[in-house]
Design a protein around this ligand. Structure first.
Ligand SMILES: [Mg+2]
Length: 363
């Protein structure tokens, strides 16, 4: 489905609170399609602007002439503008703002409220007199809503963007876009195609089912190897654990607890390898069957690579989140693990779909 629904607005009053937080007030194709006179009529005085993929393509330094003209037209009508950006390239931002003749706020990452609040204070404007224009739900729109400011969601200008945005935010945007479509009122009669019938959703669900099956294979086999399998009249885990302790010269006592600990990682390798192989075969034959990819050693290699990087990502993300949280151990552990799992899943799904099975990147 199209990630962005076209031109229209959302009935935010009817939404549950959680989803309202990421809902724009309205949507439009490009920033220049916004009529500054309409903003003025709505009582808006300040227009907050995202940079990449809103004002100009990602990393570009060329200001499209129609964008410059749009800013000028708003200015003539008495609107004030301010760029909000957490860029790591301040020189590009300064240059851009200088050429457009508008100031900027640069601070903590959106959706932090910091830049929004700073801009409101700078221009002595109330939240309801401001509007935010941006291309991302989880940064531009969420940050605006948290600050009590209406947001206009524009279609991204270019497919090229920061890899993290592409892999994580945009997939979540599709899912949230599906939920939001219930409250969408189309202004151009095109409406939204149902995400529920789209190919990507079918793939996403099948991928999740395959993931669950492979987790059972992994955990079941690991449990059997550690706890049930026998070798030469003794538990297999004791044989392997004893060998590991001797080979590495560990000073661990050879009681059942330490033998199992020593065997933990060696007995995990086989189940993980088998689970990924199962996952590859099922995803090839079932999840991504519509992509018509041909099986090959290269394809299988790519699948393993993406899966292992996914494992690394979920571990690092959960570690990073855990470090940033300061609540109780149980709550932090659960939250960090959940976010890590979601990040790993989104990476895996997109990586396997695009990199391994070569899904068309058509919407
Ligand atoms: Mg952007």
């Amino acid at each position: 489905m199209r990630r962005h629904p076209g031109i229209g607005s959302y009935e935010r009053d009817r939404m549950p609170g959680a989803i309202r937080r990421v809902s724009p007030a309205s949507t439009i194709h490009r920033i220049i399609d916004i009529d500054p006179q309409v903003l003025v009529d709505q009582g808006k005085r300040l227009v907050l602007l995202d940079v990449d993929n809103t004002l100009l393509p990602w990393k570009s330094k060329e200001i499209p002439p129609d964008v410059a003209a749009w800013v000028e037209r708003g200015r003539e009508l008495g609107l004030q503008h301010c760029i909000l950006s957490n860029t790591r390239h301040p020189e590009r931002l300064e240059d851009l703002a200088g050429r457009l003749g508008i100031p900027f706020e640069r601070a903590k990452f959106k959706p932090s409220r910091e830049m929004y609040v700073a801009a409101l204070e700078r221009f002595h404007v109330k939240p309801e007199q401001a509007v935010m224009v941006g291309d991302q739900l989880f940064t531009d729109v969420l940050g605006a809503n948290r600050s009590g400011i209406d947001a206009i969601w524009v279609q991204r200008l270019d497919r090229r963007e920061f890899l993290g945005t592409k892999l994580f935010s945009r997939t979540l945007e599709r899912l949230v876009g599906m939920m939001l479509s219930r409250w969408f009122v189309s202004a151009d009669g095109q409406g939204t195609r149902s995400f529920l019938k789209s190919r990507v959703l079918g793939q996403l669900i099948r991928f999740a089912i395959v993931g669950a099956v492979c987790t059972v294979v992994d955990l079941g086999l690991h449990f059997w190897l550690l706890g049930r399998a026998q070798w030469g009249g003794m538990p297999l885990s004791h044989a392997i654990g004893g060998w590991v302790i001797d080979t590495l010269g560990l000073s661990w006592p050879k009681d059942p607890g330490h033998l199992i600990d020593a065997a933990w990682i060696p007995t995990k390798v086989g189940p993980v390898a088998l689970a990924i192989l199962t996952s590859y075969l099922l995803n090839f034959a079932w999840t991504f069957r519509d992509e018509k990819a041909k099986p090959s050693a290269l394809q299988a290699g790519r699948f393993y690579l993406v899966a292992l990087v996914g494992l690394l990502i979920s571990t690092l993300v959960s570690f990073g989140i855990k470090r940033a949280l300061t609540g109780s151990f149980e709550r932090d552990f659960a939250l960090a693990s959940l976010v890590g799992m979601v990040a790993g899943f989104l990476w895996n799904f997109n990586g396997q779909r695009i990199f391994t099975f070569g899904a068309h990147r058509k919407p």
